[in-house]
Write a protein that binds this ligand. Structure first.
Ligand SMILES: [Fe+2]
Ligand SMILES: [Fe+2]
Length: 217
C-alpha cells in the first residue's frame, strides 16, 4: 500500500501509471527517487495519495524488479536510448521553428531549442558510455567497487539532465500552450512532453532498479 512514507522511486517502479501522476505534480521520481511522498508533497500529500490509491501493482513481465539485468538493459537500449536518438533531432527542429516564427509572442519558449540541443549532446555521450562501458560491466558481473565509479558518474549526469528538464518546464510554463497556438507549437510541446516522460522513466529504471542492484544494495 502506498503511504506518505513510500519513496517516490518505489511508487514509480512498482505501480502501473504512477509516473504520469507523479510528473503531473512536478515530482522527480528518477533522481529524487529516495524522497518519500510526505517529504516531497508536504500539505498536498493526501491529495496525491488519493490519486495514487487506485493504481494496480505491476505484475509478471511488467514488473521490472523481477526481470534479469540482461532484459532490463535490452529494454533500455531498444525503447529509450534508440528512441531518444531518433526523437531529439525533430524536437530541436520544432522548437527552433516555434522560436523563429513566434519570437514576438510573450509566451514564446525562448531558449527551448538550445536546451534540447545541449541535452541531445549530453545524452548521446551518456548513452554511449552506458552501452560501451557500464552495461557490459553489469552483464559480466564486474567488481562492485569498480562499478561504483562509472555508476556515480552516470548518476551525476542524470542529475544534470534533470536540471534541463526543470528548465524546459519553466520555459514552457509546464508545457501550457497559448491560446490559438499553431500546429508546430502544439507538436513541439506535445512531443517534448512525451520525450520528458520517457526520459524520466528511463532514468528511473536505471537509478531505482538497475544501478542499486549492480551495487548489491
Ligand atoms: Fe540509459
Ligand atoms: Fe543513464
Amino acid at each position: 500500500m502506498i503511504t506518505a512514507n513510500t519513496p517516490l522511486g518505489v511508487v514509480a517502479t512498482e505501480y502501473s501509471g504512477a509516473t504520469r501522476i507523479l510528473r503531473s505534480h512536478g515530482l522527480d521520481f528518477c533522481c529524487g527517487g529516495n524522497t518519500t511522498i510526505g517529504e516531497a508533497c508536504g500539505e498536498n500529500t493526501d491529495k496525491l495519495l488519493s490519486e495514487l490509491q487506485g493504481l494496480e501493482k505491476f505484475e509478471g513481465d511488467d514488473d521490472w524488479k523481477s526481470r534479469a539485468d540482461s532484459e532490463i538493459i535490452d529494454h533500455i537500449i531498444k525503447n529509450y536510448h534508440a528512441k531518444h536518438r531518433e526523437d531529439l533531432p525533430e524536437l530541436i527542429r520544432l522548437a527552433r521553428r516555434v522560436e523563429q516564427v513566434h519570437g514576438y509572442h510573450p509566451e514564446c519558449p525562448a531558449g527551448l531549442a538550445d536546451v534540447l540541443e545541449k541535452l541531445e549532446e549530453d545524452l548521446l555521450s551518456h548513452m554511449a558510455k552506458e552501452e560501451q562501458v557500464l552495461f557490459p560491466a553489469i552483464l559480466e558481473n564486474a567488481d562492485k567497487d569498480w562499478m561504483s565509479h562509472p555508476i556515480k558518474a552516470m548518476l551525476h549526469e542524470h542529475d544534470e539532465a534533470g536540471k534541463d528538464v526543470e528548465l524546459m518546464d519553466q520555459l514552457t510554463n509546464n508545457f501550457t500552450l497559448p491560446e490559438g497556438a499553431c500546429n508546430t507549437w502544439r507538436a513541439s510541446y506535445m512531443n517534448t512532453h512525451t520525450f520528458i516522460q520517457e526520459l524520466m522513466e528511463h532514468i528511473s529504471l536505471e537509478n531505482n532498479i538497475l544501478f542499486p542492484r549492480a551495487l548489491g544494495e
